[in-house]
Design a protein around this ligand. Structure first.
Ligand code: NOJ
Length: 566
């Protein structure tokens, strides 16, 4: 975590200049024909990944796992899931990636393990087992009939599971197969540090840390706010009492001794609190943070509670994070990952799929921070829209369905919501070509459904079309690489009150960038903000041919984006 001070006083660092491609391994590419994505498939696509202009790959969990939450339930932190390959293959992949100039970021999932992890199997054997206190085992209330407190899981349902043999309950703030690890126990912390060292010594370049802000639970595990229908009790473990102590320990004992990057995942995070973790300097605990606030512009906290898309809400969040972190900390920029439906289907338009995809890409990648791109985002994959409940593979979808039924929603209504809200939407196999199974697998059946639009939306078709979203991503990343103003410049928003346009500028040492992004198919009148003369700038990127790029007033086309450099 060395910070290099440049001549201009910018805190330059490789992680600030990096662009990350996220792979959700199960659906990326199947190399051995069993219908499931794997390391062999990833190796075969490394040149493609490199060709995008990214400089790092983040792998969603590759570890041995019963896959109840698709790898976020780890059964062995030091081994690769056999359906993905072997540790030897991983080492080969790591070496190959490094030889191509790609860094490798692993997913660190230590708020919980799988119930199939040896630690948990031991912990449930007896109260005096040395692993018992690796987890939160508690006696029930009311003579054992009721769970120890009223907490509920984030994947709707109970937060505790009863074990008959021990006559005790264990805590799981996610699926029942994901028991929470007890970081209050120093032995658990030593285990975590050993895991970090294991992967760092192997040569990986950092970690994306899964719900890392949840790892410290309030003493006594007090009851949560009773009205919460899911994640009840969260106020007792989000940014819990010992969180900074734990993260400092992981950093000081391990991470700071390696040249690595850390990105913490933090639901419900706000900039002010984030700064306690990511402010640069000797006490910095994490390099960046994945917050969720900008994913709430069309919903209330979670995608299942829908609201009409509100651009002003989106802009306010982005601008707030840009401003609050400026000069102090660094943003992680993303608009898609494996936990959210596809962005074009949400903030863009499936009708203007390519146009709106380009606009959304520009809108976030031109901000100050490190961009993350999720597999398939670069070709404009859209929501899957599965019609039947049985077709959904995600435990969170199944549990949310049950909760909504309990709350009185009709089946059809819930299925309607799931089509736009379920995480499954982002987890369909990557569409490589218009052949059988979209070129994802040679097996008869892929593990999951393929989006019907694969004949049109696929990598091969996008490669051939010079106006494709794929080529646009390449241009955009090249522009970012060649123009430090996009990486290190300051940020200023214009026309904040506009409900249709997102316009901002960036500035660095006299170099300026202005980006204009329309979030509507309707024509909107745009006028260059004060201080800008577009005829003096260079139109560096756009999603339509522009006849007169120097005109200081124009009417926007559907989802138009233009980026000028001065
Ligand atoms: C966040 C991960 O991104 C998500 O996929 C997972 O289900 C939960 N954490 C639990 O690990």
């Amino acid at each position: 975590m060395v910070i290099l001070l440049s001549a201009q006083g910018l805190n330059k660092h490789w992680y600030k200049e990096m662009v990350v491609y996220q792979i959700w391994p199960r659906s990326f590419c199947d190399g051995n024909g069993d219908g499931i994505g794997d390391l062999k498939g990833i190796i075969s696509k490394l040149d493609y990944i490199k060709s995008l202009g990214v400089t790092a790959i983040w792998f969603s969990p590759l570890f041995k796992s019963p896959q109840k939450d698709y790898g976020y339930d780890v059964a062995d932190y030091r081994d690769i899931a056999p359906e993905y390959g072997t540790l030897e293959e991983f080492k080969e992949l790591l070496e190959l990636a490094h030889s191509k100039g790609l860094k490798i970021i692993m997913d660190l999932v230590v708020n919980h393990s799988s119930d199939q992890h040896e630690w948990f199997k031991e912990s449930r054997k007896s109260e005096d087992n040395p692993y018992h206190d690796y987890y939160f085992w508690r006696k029930g209330r009311k003579g054992g009939k009721k769970p120890p407190n009223n907490w509920l899981s984030s994947f709707p349902g109970p937060g505790w599971e009863y074990d008959e043999k021990l006559d005790k309950y264990y805590l799981h703030v996610f699926a029942v197969e994901q028991p929470d690890l007890n970081h209050d126990n120093p032995k658990v912390r030593e285990e975590i540090k050993d895991i970090l060292r294991f992967w760092l010594d192997l040569g990986v370049d950092g970690f994306r840390e899964d719900v890392i802000t949840y790892i410290s639970k309030k003493d006594g595990l007090p009851n949560g706010f009773p009205l919460m229908p899911a994640a009840r009790g969260i106020e007792n473990y989000a940014n819990g009492p010992r969180i900074h102590e734990f993260l400092s320990e992981y950093k000081n004992d391990v991470l700071k001794h390696y040249d690595c990057v850390t990105i913490g995942e933090a639901p419900m995070m706000r900039p002010k609190v984030a700064l306690n973790y990511i402010t640069e300097g000797p006490d910095q605990e994490l390099n960046m943070m994945f917050h969720f606030q900008h994913m709430e512009a069309d919903c209330l906290f979670i995608e299942w509670v829908r609201r009409p898309f509100n651009l002003r809400k989106l802009k306010k969040v982005f601008t707030n994070w840009q401003n609050k972190l400026y000069g102090k900390a660094w943003n992680a920029l993303y608009i898609e990952n494996h936990d959210h439906p596809r962005i074009i289907s949400r903030y863009g338009s499936e009708k203007y799929r390519v146009e709106s995809g380009k606009m959304l890409a520009t809108m976030y990648i031109c901000q100050r921070g490190t961009p993350f791109i999720y597999q398939g985002q670069e070709i404009g994959m859209t929501n899957l829209e599965l019609p039947e409940l049985e077709m959904y593979a995600d435990v969170a979808t199944q549990n949310t369905y049950k909760l909504f039924r309990k709350l009185g929603f009709k089946h059809d209504k819930i299925m309607d919501i799931a089509k736009t809200a379920a995480r499954d939407n982002a987890r369909s196999p990557v569409q490589w070509n218009d052949q059988k199974n979209a070129g994802f697998t040679t097996a008869d059946k892929p593990w999951f459904y393929i989006n019907k639009n694969y004949t049109e939306v696929n990598v091969e078709a996008a490669e051939k079309d010079e106006n494709s979203l794929l080529h646009y991503y390449r241009k955009l990343l090249k522009l970012r690489k060649e123009n430090p103003v996009i990486i290190y410049g300051d940020y200023k928003e214009h026309y904040k009150r506009s409900k249709t346009l997102y316009v901002y500028e960036r500035n660095l040492n006299g170099k300026r960038l202005l980006t204009i992004n329309s979030f509507t198919e309707k024509p909107v009148k745009f006028k260059a903000p004060k201080g800008f003369d577009l005829s003096k700038g260079e139109l560096a990127l756009s999603n339509y041919p522009v006849d007169n790029p120097g005109a200081n007033e124009f009417i926007t086309k559907p989802y138009e984006t233009r980026t000028y450099l001065f």
